[in-house]
Ligand binder design. Structure first.
Ligand SMILES: [Mg+2]
Length: 457
């Protein structure tokens, strides 16, 4: 009998990362890295698909409610039917005539669509016994094009153009896969650069990152120009004049401020300024790009959809495109984003970090390297060394590169014991005095009743 989707379970998983200021930047002072986690179960007890939306704490319960509502739409589907019709499913998840009012194509429901789709992709890859990067780069150009919702982007990328880009890549797929297996894809790191770290800690971690072979280090900035200048001066002294460094303002500036601030740091030869202003302000990014040239602008971790990316590319606003695995509507929309970037000649340097984002997004970079733009040194995948131990297949980094995961699936699956420990508010950690005090201090709330099947053991 064909395998079908039989049940959905959700978990409100929160890690108390703000206790150590990991992840602190100019905008996000105290993130508690969290996952609005979905597991779709099937009629085969051994086969299930996992995915999550990354959040930074409060509101994780809202994200879960949206995921539950959208996951209902795939209840009962046969897995092979879902694979054959994944483009249609993606379109339907974004087309509910009432829910669409709460978007469209942005925010909690859009990310929830991403969770449902990513859980399905995890399921497809597991059911075929291959990692997601391998599944995607084994699909025909026609199959890949059929996954994409071209609504609102066809003026920038038509189905015929997408097909042509993928067909062009066919000849090199085997060669590119061999290179991937041998060398991985190049990574950069943000681990040393959090704003809450002392100069000593930042410099110590920077030296370690350079020694470990990372190709670029990124530093948070934007609270004080004097602080940024001091930090970058020390960093340049340590790393030398040519080691690639980038900075990230996490949207803290207005456009005029961004232009002045970044120009004041021009002497540090920055590889890019990331998120200089609000992610929806496409025209603002475009003006910043013109007025701070040659320093390149990067953005994308909060670009809510392919439509924002389309405009950023059309208006020459970015030189680096930073897709995120859980911000948009899943693998499908990111295939569209990667193909648009290829058409416009902009490298995709995926955003990662948080909890699990490195694990998930590496598959998309590897697909890009095999089937779209090939191997080149402009694609650097972000790496942050937090919370990998909670996944059944943590990222593997060697000599500053991500090595391809081997286990079947999308690397989305968390260890059951970690889910049980950090499930909010009933998990073991959150029931300790320290956990309870942290939740009160952080004003965390949850409307998320324990899953109907009870917590994982
Ligand atoms: Mg960033």
């Amino acid at each position: 009998m064909p395998t079908h989707i039989s049940n959905q379970r959700t978990f409100d998983v929160r890690f108390p990362t703000s206790m150590h200021l990991d992840g602190s930047d100019a905008m996000n002072a105290d993130p508690d890295y969290s996952a609005a986690y979905l597991r779709i179960e099937t009629s085969d007890a051994a086969l299930f698909g996992d995915a999550f939306v990354f959040t930074i704490g409060r509101g994780n319960e809202v994200q879960i409610e949206a995921i539950k509502i959208l996951a209902e739409k795939i209840a009962g589907l046969e897995i092979e039917y879902a694979f054959e019709n994944i483009g249609e499913i993606a379109r339907e998840l974004s087309s509910d005539s009432q829910l669409r009012w709460l978007g469209p194509d942005k925010g909690v429901f859009h990310m929830a669509a991403g969770a449902v789709l990513n859980a399905l992709w995890d399921l497809f890859a597991k059911s075929r016994g291959m990692p997601l990067w391998k599944l995607l780069s084994s699909m025909t150009p026609e199959q890949l094009v059929a996954t994409i919702d071209f609504r609102f982007i066809s003026d920038a990328l038509s189905p015929a153009e997408a097909l042509e880009i993928l067909q062009r890549g066919m000849a090199d797929r085997a060669k590119n896969e061999k290179i991937l297996l041998a060398n991985g894809v190049p990574a950069y790191t943000t681990t040393p650069g959090w704003l809450g770290y002392s100069d000593e800690k930042m410099l110590k971690l920077s030296q370690e990152a350079k020694d470990a072979g990372f190709n670029l280090i990124k530093y948070k900035c934007g609270k004080s120009l004097a602080d940024d200048t001091r930090r970058l001066t020390k960093i340049r002294e340590l790393l030398g004049p040519d080691f690639p460094i980038a900075i990230d303002a996490n949207q803290v500036w207005d456009v005029d401020v961004a232009i002045k601030w970044v120009n004041a740091l021009a002497e540090f030869k920055l590889s890019w300024i990331e998120e200089p202003t609000h992610p929806d302000d496409v025209l603002g990014h475009s003006r910043i790009a013109r007025e701070i040239a040659p320093t390149p602008v990067a953005t994308g971790e909060m670009a809510s959809s392919r439509i924002i990316f389309k405009q950023l590319l059309q208006s020459d606003a970015i030189k680096v495109m930073q897709i995120d695995a859980t911000r948009v509507a899943g693998v499908n929309e990111n295939i569209a984003n990667i193909l648009m970037a290829a058409k416009y000649g902009v490298p995709v340097c995926p955003h990662a970090g948080g909890v699990g984002l490195c694990e998930v997004v590496q598959h998309l970079a590897m697909f890009d390297a095999i089937a779209v733009t090939g191997h080149h040194n402009k694609r650097l995948v972000e790496f942050v060394d937090h919370l990998h131990e909670h996944f059944i297949e943590p990222t593997k980094i060697l000599h500053g590169a991500y090595l391809p995961p081997q286990r079947p699936g999308a690397s989305t699956q968390m260890i059951d014991a970690s889910i049980a420990e950090y499930d909010f508010p009933n998990g073991n950690f959150w029931q300790t005095p320290v956990g309870k005090a942290h939740a009160i201090k952080s004003k965390m709330t949850s409307s998320h009743a324990s899953d109907k099947n009870g917590a994982l053991s």
